[in-house]
Write a protein that binds this ligand. Structure first.
Ligand SMILES: [Zn+2]
Length: 393
């Protein structure tokens, strides 16, 4: 099973300059290849990442000599990435999903990154040796052991990270007696478990959300294209990263406890992919949390040999009485479930969590989690990213 550990880098100024040039070269090459792909396709050719790389290399010394300033993996990786992007595009076309043709990477907007092949870098404690650059400091050591597959250096806001993909051995644990647990994800409490625990939003998070909202407003008031706007957007991105890290830390603790304690974990299918696009900030952030929660559970369940059951979107976990099974309509504002049949009065989220925990025993619409993305493919972009310890502190 391939897992990727994302570690904060601490580059010197000169190293950061190199990172920026490497990202620029990777972006340029990707865009060049995407344009060439389109042209080849129009003229009836059958382009591939490999064929385009040959064409590129044939004209490279004459036309783009500056691309030799950075390591060759920056350009080579761009062709692999484009090949992957098209493979996913064709798969989506085939399955009838919204295809999303690969897009050009715009400077400043695209997430800057470049890849390094596994035989081109080495690790030594809290240091990574990057070709053409030498040793760069990392904030922590690589957590996984196994065969090292690849590394991707990327920038978020003004911080640099390296995501190292490792092919780890899965060691399923002996089953424990604790059976199934239901987890209800919500907005007022982050998660409510059927064993009675609730994970609340931390105070620090609420504070960060307030600051984020303020920064968002401030940035939107600045004139487009102005220096002050750029500065405000940078501030906003840094605050966003701080919130993301805080959230991931809280979720890691919860998801680890769940897979350690229970054989089966039942959650709702929140159809997260489509739901993140929401303009209401608090709601959007909650949905990002749910997506992250699901992502962590997916790979941790696999790692610990646990079953993750995802209830069908139409399973009435909220509407059903967890004691007598009666079903009724429940308004979003009703925080307490009151059963008119048996008289049960219970916290709404707790009630939902209990119903979820019963799902594996009953006949409900259970569907197993798709784990293909984690086990079947080797591309680093497809693996679960274990984002531990990327705090800003
Ligand atoms: Zn009842």
């Amino acid at each position: 099973m391939i897992l990727s550990h994302k570690i904060r880098l601490v580059p010197t100024q000169a190293q950061e300059d190199y990172f920026r040039r490497a990202c620029g070269t990777a972006r340029f090459t990707y865009n060049w290849a995407l344009a060439a792909w389109g042209e080849a396709y129009v003229t009836g050719g059958k382009p591939s990442g490999r064929s385009l790389k040959r064409t590129f290399n044939a004209v490279r010394r004459d036309q783009f000599p500056w691309t030799y300033d950075v390591h060759r993996d920056c350009t080579a990786g761009a062709f692999d990435n484009l090949q992957n992007a098209f493979q996913h595009f064709f798969r989506r076309v085939k399955t009838g999903e919204k295809p999303g043709y690969p897009k050009f990477k715009k400077k400043g907007l695209a997430k800057d990154s470049f890849g390094i092949a596994n035989d081109q870098f080495s690790l030594n404690g809290k240091k990574i040796r990057i070709p053409k650059l030498g040793w760069v400091k990392m904030r922590e050591v690589l957590r996984f052991t196994g065969k090292i597959m690849s590394a991707v250096v990327s920038r978020t806001a003004d911080k640099w990270f390296v995501a190292i993909a490792v092919d780890t051995e899965v060691t399923p644990q002996p089953p424990k007696t604790k059976g199934a647990i239901g987890v209800d994800l919500g907005i007022s409490a982050l998660a409510t478990m059927s064993d009675g625990r609730k994970v609340q939003h931390s105070r620090k998070r609420k504070k960060l959300e307030r600051q984020l909202r303020r920064l968002q407003k401030a940035a939107s008031r600045k004139q487009k294209g102005s220096a002050s706007r750029r500065k405000a957007v940078g501030k906003l991105a840094r605050k966003h990263l701080e919130l993301t890290n805080l959230r991931a830390d809280v979720l890691h603790k919860t998801t680890t406890e769940l897979v350690q304690d229970y054989e089966t974990i039942v959650i709702e299918d929140l159809n997260v992919r489509g739901m993140v696009k929401n303009h209401h900030l608090a709601r959007a952030i909650s949905r990002q949390s749910w997506a992250e929660f699901r992502r962590q559970l997916d790979y941790k369940a696999l790692m610990h040999g646990r079953d993750l059951v995802v209830a069908d979107r139409f399973y009435p976990s909220t509407k059903t009485c967890s004691r007598c099974g009666a079903v009724k309509q429940v308004a979003l504002s009703e925080r307490v479930y009151k059963c008119t049949d048996c008289g049960l009065v219970i916290d709404r989220d707790f009630n939902a969590a209990i119903n979820l925990s019963k799902l594996p025993l009953g006949k409900g619409n259970v569907k197993p989690v798709e784990t293909e993305a984690l086990t079947g493919r080797s591309s680093a972009s497809e693996t679960a990213v274990y984002e531990a310890g990327t705090g800003l502190g």
